[in-house]
Ligand binder design. Structure first.
Ligand SMILES: [Zn+2]
Length: 310
């Protein structure tokens, strides 16, 4: 057990806290770390859906002899729960919260919902400049949860594209984020316009994850979508929704390059699959799709959620 308080950095993803702990204690394999942190051999550190966070905080508080960590605060500040929360039903929110706290129930359905783009699978993402600054100041790196969001590829502090790093090596060993070699992982160069689209998307992600939004129900959110579709002339009561036109507007609003990048470029034949789902069908849809839909119809996540809370 680590003999001192493990500081949690701003927006640090829970995975990063566990991996830093693992690296700091010098445990040979992660099972040993999981046993210490979660009192279990296989548990805990999933990048998007960790589990047993309340066991982790109990173990940490006990070892420090004081209440320095709170499981709900960790879920709100150090996981991607706030990104998903607005777009799932009340019952799913309770299930997901319970799963993050205790590991029960298992949440396969919600994990699928994230629709992780191909180039985000099995990698961690970081901003070279953030990482270098931190390595210099603190002698250790950490992973920002906003950067890990599927499809997000931008650091709003430094206005640059993120770098990618394999999460574990071929033998399954977890990478050491205390000492990432930034110079050998430079971000890919992208055009100015693509950079701007990535930036806008990142602004929406940051807004939704770092502002304590009022707990609106998904039904209210869908109702607002339908009202807006009517305002924009896509839909009239007692008439069919003009999905084809909505799809055309969508596909011209974002660039094909950007949509491909985040894994949401749909060919023509798919046009009515997701645009129908989001406002009308009571089926879960990826939070990323909701964010695209919101930017398309309302301009930004900020504009949408501020308007909703009036
Ligand atoms: Zn940065």
């Amino acid at each position: 057990m680590l003999g001192h308080f493990l500081e949690i950095y701003p927006n640090e993803i829970f995975y990063s806290i566990c991996v830093r702990y693992h690296n700091l204690t010098g445990q040979k394999n992660y099972q040993g770390t999981a046993k210490e942190l979660f009192d279990k051999k296989h548990s805990g550190r999933g990048l998007f859906f960790p589990s047993n966070i309340s066991v982790f905080t109990d173990v940490m508080n006990q070892s420090m002899g004081k209440n320095c960590m709170n499981a709900i605060d960790i879920i709100n500040n150090n996981t991607i729960f706030p990104l998903i929360k607005p777009f799932i039903s009340k019952q799913q929110k309770i299930r997901l919260m319970s799963s993050l706290l205790s590991g029960i129930p298992k949440i396969c359905g919600i994990a699928d919902l994230l629709a992780i783009p191909e180039n985000d699978k099995g990698v961690i993402k970081f901003c070279n400049k953030c990482m270098k600054k931190f390595l210099k100041e603190r002698e250790e790196g950490y992973l920002n949860r906003l950067h890990q969001v599927p499809g997000n590829d931008f650091c709003l502090i430094h206005n640059n594209v993120l770098s990618r790093y394999e999460k574990s090596n071929k033998s399954g060993k977890i990478i050491n984020i205390l000492n990432i070699d930034c110079d050998s992982h430079v971000p890919e160069k992208v055009s100015k316009s693509l950079q701007e689209e990535k930036r806008n998307f990142s602004v929406d992600i940051e807004y939704i994850m770092t502002n304590k939004l009022r707990d609106e129900s998904i039904e209210i959110i869908r109702k607002r979508y339908i009202e807006r579709l009517a305002e924009l002339g896509f839909y009239k009561i007692f008439e069919f929704m003009d999905y084809k036109r909505l799809y055309d507007v969508y596909i011209n609003f974002f660039s094909k390059e950007f949509l491909n990048d985040i894994g949401f470029y749909d060919s023509d034949k798919d046009y009515n699959s997701w645009v129908q789902d989001i406002p009308f069908i009571k089926k879960q849809s990826s939070p990323i799709r909701h964010l695209l839909f919101i930017r398309l119809l309302f301009g930004s996540a900020k504009a949408f959620f501020e308007d909703l809370s009036l």
